[in-house]
Design a protein around this ligand. Structure first.
Ligand code: HEC
Length: 130
């Protein structure tokens, strides 16, 4: 009984929230403007870690376009970073932003990543093993 109640709660929460059904220009635009407002002061408009506040930070925000992500660079991982922050760094949690804004931001961060060098994942194609 309680398991069923839990399952129902889980399913209904998943129906209300969760990753966007599709990543389209509207989602990226939303992410871009939220990034300007909430993130660019530290991360820079292009995500290269050169925002006006960056010089004073320790540790400094990394360059999203060239450096590997410590917290993972899938949409889910970036969403989690935004929701929980990075403990012990100036990267605080942005859990106060609506969940759909956080998804839009996560996708925009990964878009910025593509703006630089090809993401390492593309370079690290596993060599043919056979
Ligand atoms: C007060 C400055 C500041 C603000 C504002 C800020 N960040 Fe950060 N962020 C940092 C710092 C510093 C780090 C690096 C932490 C570390 O060294 O692990 C970081 C780390 C991150 C990471 C993890 C990168 C990795 O290595 O995995 C992501 C993703 C990120 N920020 C996205 C954002 C987004 C999106 C916003 C806006 C909603 C934002 N940040 C706002 C300072 C900031």
């Amino acid at each position: 009984m309680s398991r069923i109640a839990l399952l129902c709660a889980f399913v209904s929460a998943a129906a209300l929230a969760g990753p966007p059904a599709k990543v389209d220009q509207a989602l990226l635009d939303k992410g871009k403007s939220a990034f300007s407002v909430n993130c660019a002061a530290c991360h820079g408009e292009k995500g290269d870690g050169t925002g006006p506040a960056a010089a004073a930070l320790n540790p400094k925000p990394r360059n999203f376009t060239t450096e590997p992500f410590k917290q993972g660079d899938s949409p889910d991982a970036v969403f989690k970073t935004l929701s929980t922050g990075v403990t012990g760094t100036p990267m605080v949690a942005f859990a106060h932003l609506p969940e759909d804004d956080r998804w839009a931001l996560a996708h925009w961060v990964l878009e910025l990543r593509k703006g630089g060098k090809p993401a390492p994942a593309a370079a690290e194609k596993p060599k043919a093993k056979k």
